[in-house]
Write a protein that binds this ligand. Structure first.
Ligand SMILES: C[S@@+](CC[C@H](N)C(=O)[O-])C[C@H]1O[C@@H](n2cnc3c(N)ncnc32)[C@H](O)[C@@H]1O
Length: 268
């Protein structure tokens, strides 16, 4: 069962009963900008303006977003093919089919999924999508607080950390500063049972003109989640505690303007 959803609003609370603020349409949201890149409908003028500014500087950002989404689906299918039937998806994003639960259930029809995001729009849309699904929960947390995420009773109502879990951090760790991120990822890894798997994708600065990097970071600095484009070497720091599986760290998308790398790894 999906936790103690005792009243009609409990879906939008975290486990402490906190109700998120009214949706902020005064500054761009990275979830809503990404939805715009992917051709979705869930964005406001402020998001479109910021996204169009990014697309003027980086005309292939939408193509890169689609390639990233394909990596997500590929990773979930590979994990499910290896027997994993429960997934913790951190930095979920606004629903875009096929979503994690849909990709997983093509292989394990009973798969359970905990979606975590800190954007209220993601909560609203996931709730609408998954209203009658007892094996899926969506909770609002900041993934930079792993202790709170991992203790959440709604997450624990669908994820058994004594069994292998598929942990997804797709296109979200570039919103976490370079120094803190490795401590955060390794805290999540420590919770995972042997046989668990992790998939990460992240935007990197390697091969991109520093002025282009700075221009992109400048637009995101005005959003709800400033971006930090790290180096490929720094991505390696996010893998402390897990073992990459072939082909290891790969380019998911690479052009003169956008470079996204991804990796799937196992918890021994
Ligand atoms: C670019 S989207 C990626 C969505 C999805 N993972 C994908 O790859 O298609 C990044 C998502 O991470 C969420 N996010 C950013 N910072 C976060 C944080 N500190 N905690 C939780 N979610 C966060 C955003 O709200 C957004 O929905």
């Amino acid at each position: 069962m999906a936790g103690d959803r005792t009243d009609e609003w409990s879906w939008i609370k975290d486990s402490s009963g906190w109700i998120p603020p009214v949706i902020d349409t005064s500054r761009p949201s990275v979830a809503r900008m990404y939805d715009f890149y992917l051709g979705g409908k869930d964005h406001f003028a402020v998001d479109r303006d910021a996204a169009e500014q990014v697309m003027r500087g980086f005309p292939d950002v939408a193509e890169a977003a689609r390639a990233n989404r394909e990596f997500l689906v590929r990773s979930v299918r590979a994990m499910a093919g290896d027997g994993i039937d429960q997934f913790l998806d951190l930095g979920t994003g606004i629903p875009t089919p096929p979503n994690t639960h849909e990709a997983a259930r093509q292989i394990h029809p009973g798969a359970s999924i905990a979606y975590v995001d800190n954007d209220p729009v993601v909560m609203v849309h996931n709730r609408a999508l998954l209203a009658s699904d007892d094996q899926t929960v969506t909770v609002m947390h900041d993934l930079r607080d792993p202790a709170t995420v991992l203790a959440d009773p709604m997450i624990r109502s669908v994820i058994d950390f004594g069994r292998p879990v598929g942990l997804l951090m797709i296109a979200v760790l570039h919103f976490v500063d370079v120094v803190s991120a490795p401590m955060i990822t390794s805290r999540y890894y420590r919770e995972l049972a042997p046989g668990s798997q992790v998939a990460i994708s992240v935007g990197v600065r390697d091969g991109i003109d520093p002025e282009i990097v700075a221009a992109g970071e400048k637009v995101y600095a005005k959003s709800n989640a400033p971006a930090f484009l790290r180096s490929v070497v720094q991505v390696g720091e996010l893998l402390d505690g897990v073992e990459p599986v072939a082909p290891g760290l790969e380019d998911i998308y690479r052009s003169d303007q956008v470079h996204i790398v991804g990796v799937r790894a196992t918890r021994a």
